[in-house]
Design a protein around this ligand. Structure first.
Ligand SMILES: [Zn+2]
Length: 86
């Protein structure tokens, strides 16, 4: 993911991403996110990375990561650690 990508929708999407990947967003919002993703490679990469990260986390593989890396991930994902349940 690239730093310096300042599109406001990208920022919004980052905040909604965990709910989106959990399937907790309204259909209308999902459609908006998918429409944005279709035209934004940066966000495609982000969604892909987050999805894989959540899968890894749930398979406990993230337990192997150093704490500072996890903390940075949570910040990027805007997720409190408690939100990610195995
Ligand atoms: Zn974007």
């Amino acid at each position: 993911m690239s730093i310096g990508h300042q599109h406001p929708i990208c920022c919004q999407l980052r905040h909604l991403l965990s709910d989106y990947l959990d399937g907790e967003l309204e259909a209308a919002l999902c459609a908006e996110i998918e429409a944005h993703l279709a035209g934004c490679p940066d966000c495609q990469v982000l969604v892909d990375t987050v999805r894989k990260t959540i899968i890894l986390y749930r398979s406990q593989a993230l337990a192997e990561l150093p704490t500072d890396v996890k903390d940075r991930l949570y910040q990027v994902l805007n997720l409190p650690p408690a939100k990610l349940k195995p």
